[in-house]
Design a protein around this ligand. Structure first.
Ligand code: SAH
Length: 257
């Protein structure tokens, strides 16, 4: 890591919720921080317990205020951590913060985190790719208050029938299911919804595109949920990978005769 840069602001991925799912580096930076600005409701407060830092909850702050707090502290030589849920590179809104810091000439680094997509796959114990089924994972969202660019509508993405991890869309599960089907997925394609993956009150709902909306409604799931779609979620079909195949050799292993 480029620790030689003068006192950077650290954007740190907090992981999906379980405090053991932050990186070792992220944990160390939090422990050493003088100021922590954390992203409200989705960051587990357990991560902040016992910190010596001054702590700010960004959910009640606008961008100007966040930048003011971070840049003010950094300029006083304080160690600043900006803590984001999951991995900061996905729906993290760090781009706008980094642009402001660029403008102010303030250095920063990004420490990755475990995205809720990976945590949800772990919770349901599935691999999101499988030879012969899907070799592509799409991270997306349904258009809501934030529109999506042309060509990125759920319907358009569905034609690939790849594995999808759909963020920020659980409140629109009915419309979403309709679009997945009209876009090209067979109605019986498996879907898993994981609410609060890795938290103590995690909930898992499994079904198919045609029945997932009613299952989600019945379970009362309204927010903080990952929707995963794709034939890959079924443990049937597909092929074993070449990686461990006895007749396949690669740089690290010779094929069996
Ligand atoms: N940067 C985050 C995503 C932030 S957007 C990440 O990498 O995970 C917020 C959305 O992420 C939520 O609407 C939900 O779809 C998903 N999400 C975040 N935490 C989650 C969790 N613990 N379980 C399931 N979904 C989660």
């Amino acid at each position: 890591m480029k620790e030689n840069i003068q006192n950077p602001v650290y954007f740190v991925g907090a992981g999906p919720g379980d405090p053991e799912l932050i990186t070792v580096r992220g944990r160390r930076l939090l422990d050493q921080a003088d100021v922590v600005v954390f992203a409200g409701s989705l960051v587990n407060p357990v991560l902040l317990k016992g910190l010596r830092a001054e702590i700010h909850d960004s959910s009640g702050m606008d961008l100007d205020r966040v930048i003011q707090v971070m840049s003010g502290a950094q300029q006083q030589g304080k160690k600043v951590v900006r803590l984001h849920t999951g991995d900061p590179s996905i729906y993290g809104a760090i781009r706008e913060q980094m642009k402001r810091l660029n403008g102010l000439g303030i250095p920063y680094c990004v420490v990755p985190g475990v995205t809720s997509a990976a945590a949800s796959a772990a919770s349901i114990k599935r691999e999101l790719t499988c030879p012969g089924i899907s070799q592509t994972v799409i991270f997306t969202r349904r258009a809501g208050r934030t529109p999506v660019p042309r060509g990125e509508e759920i319907k358009a993405l569905s034609q690939h029938q790849a594995t999808m991890c759909i963020f920020l869309s659980i409140a629109m599960i009915e419309e979403l299911a309709e679009e997945l089907i009209s876009g090209g997925y067979p109605p019986r394609t498996p879907v898993a919804v994981v609410e609060k993956a890795s938290w103590p009150d995690e909930k898992i709902i499994e079904g198919t595109i045609e029945d997932i909306a009613s299952r989600v409604k019945a379970a009362g799931i309204k927010k903080t949920a990952m929707i995963m779609v794709g034939r890959v979620l079924s443990m049937e079909g597909g092929r074993d990978s070449n990686l461990y195949h006895p007749e396949f050799h690669h740089g690290y292993r010779k094929a069996r005769d």
